[in-house]
Design a protein around this ligand. Structure first.
Ligand SMILES: [Zn+2]
Length: 74
């Protein structure tokens, strides 16, 4: 089963006090969210969704459409 989820691209302060790119992933079914996962890269998104699949109670596999993995930094 595929679970729908939203990816939020944002920045957070890391341990050194620098703003770093990160993402949060939120399940649309349960509202469960994970993050920050550092980076705005495709692998960051995949890690966020894999983590969400472990933490979320909906029992689905979280993924986003491929086109949404591309993020424009401009
Ligand atoms: Zn879920």
């Amino acid at each position: 089963m595929i679970a729908h989820s939203d990816i939020e691209y944002t920045t957070e302060e890391n341990e050194d006090g620098h703003d770093c790119d990160c993402v949060y992933a939120t399940c649309r079914t349960t509202g469960c969210s994970v993050g920050p996962i550092w980076g705005h890269h495709e692998r960051s998104i995949r890690r966020a969704l894999a983590t969400l699949s472990q933490e979320c109670d909906c029992g689905g596999f979280h993924q986003v459409p491929k086109r949404r993995l591309q993020h424009d930094h401009s």
